[in-house]
Ligand binder design. Sequence first.
Ligand code: OGA
Ligand code: NI
Length: 680
Amino acid sequence: MPNATLCFQFIDMEKFVSVWSDGKTLPESYIFPPEHRPGDLIVPSSIHSVPIIDLELDDHAHLVSQVFEASQDYGCFQVINHGVSRTLMDEARRVIQEFFQLPIEGVSKFLSNDDNQKCILYTSSPEYYNEGVHCWRDVLRVKCAPLEECMPFWPDKPAKYRYNLTYNWPPHLYGDPFEIHSMERSPHKYVTKVNEVGSRLLELMCEGLGLDPKYIANELSLEHNLTINHYPACPDPRLTLGVGKHSDKTVITILMQGDVPGFQVFKDGEWVGVDPIPDCDALVVNLGYISQIVSNGKLRNGDHRAVTNAKVARQSAALFIQPTPNCYIEPAKPLLNAENPPLYRGFWFHEYLRAHAEDTEKFISLWLDGKIVPESCIFPPDQRRGDLIVPKSGDSVPVIGMRKAKTYDPAHLIHQIMQASQEYGCFQVINHGVPTRLMDEVRDIFKEFFELPVEDLSRYCSTDDKGNAFCTRALSTMTTKSFTTRRMFLKCAPLEECVPSWPERPAKFRDVIAEYAVKVNEMGSSVMKLICKGLGLEPKYLAKELSLEPNLVVNHYPTCADPRPTLGISKHSDRSVITILMQGDVPGLQVLKDREWIGVESIPDGFAILLGNMSQASRQSSALFILPTPDCFIEPAKPLVHAENPPLYRGFRFHEYFLAHTEARRAKFSGSVLKTFRIN
Ligand code: OGA
Ligand code: NI
């Protein structure tokens, strides 16, 4: 598979608001849709304001209830007397301001939208190229935990760039060149102190919920990221936003704003300004989705946004207190009982990080052991399977016997395969040489694997699965509508290298699956040879011309209360040459032929072979994808191309296709990616 970083598009410095903006024009791409514009509501006239909580309050019980109530009512509050000194806050503010005044050459090395980096600089959002409208902000984000490991990656002394005047951030923001500050100097002290405030607040929240005060003081809150927002002065703050309505993917976020207002929280259908409190150095606290889930809905996340300002630039620094990627998130068990059933399903934090912003609400929505189908899993009517569970159509995918001892007739076999490939892009094979005993064992092992306790499964979760790049050791959840589907990717080439990183449980996992991978791959190779022969190519053409590698994907589809409006995996084609799928004894695979979905019946010891796949499914299946390697050059086979058969597709490297596929999915492009490579 291609290097995952290929999936990140380069953001160039010229796109930064503070670089291109002359403060006079507001480009179309920054204008929000009317219903999201702040309009004149920049300083809200609302009588509401979020509670201001004094952390030096002696009455502990009263403090607990203040934090609890604010977290229930607003999901947001301000704290004063929090223990972070004014000097430290001033210093942090100054360093931040200075960073955004540095010459471009000094900071452009941090340009990135890859969330896994320890220090990234981007504009608007990491989704710059996919978002509908841009936010009026530039952002520096540094990871802060563990601090000692992260700090070396932070920007170093701004001072050394300050004398370089060749290409600057806007000169009107330019400060005194002789003062020396280091990004490392105060933010780390600042982060440490704010973290202390955070830990204290989490304890107060837990107490309010009736949980052990340390309930959240573990993986749930061990990841800390400082997001530094720079909102340049904006020509028309009525039409745009510094950051649009959202909730953070955090337990809590602690925000320092300077003396320029801009933060607003959404309460009862109204925006409430959370303004700086003069002379108090208040910190703004807002609760993220994780608090809402862990508290099983007792606390709420605070939806918020930042409005811009026509006169001055505004900066803010938000410390995101988050779970670690492999932390399993679920409603706190002590809060659950017969009257308080869980409102949210459990998930791994890294699954959630991969869900796109607009899918967040969907992602965390109610889904419990197949008892109900959450709204988020409901497909638009034209994509639903409806009642088509066992399709009524008389048509069915051909079943082809590979090696019938006596009646074996290669020419007939090739003919059957070619016909099925052309008509259905799919066929089933029996008598394929993979022992039934092995297939049964494999199914049992995968079933057992997915039934392991969540703690065990979580060890196999991998965060390297960016952009759907395959990785050796990964368990992921589809983050689309079919998110209830769990997937495991097992890289199989070269086998000896990959097996040691496969799960070691259940006991026979590695031995059995390795044997299976070899056998299925052998069978795949014979099928490909037959296809080559059928095409009039040399039998080894595919194997020789394309460097191929097998990958095993196991899908686990939990039982579903009402399968009619939803799908395990929606309509798609695989990126493979062929996919060999064992669907077990629960049917679910369907292929599209002549605009009609045809069920692929489950033959317990059969395999479905898919070319240019269209499949949808619901149960457990394992698929061996035979894929080209990333650098493999793909083009219509030369022997098939001549004057009457001009090439229909241009040649490309497999990783190009992989990228196009990933991007098309992000852009929610529904056509065939192959079109991109088609010659008209
Ligand atoms: C954020 C955010 C608000 C602000 O960075 O997630 O909500 O006022 N910032 O900067
Ligand atoms: Ni936010």
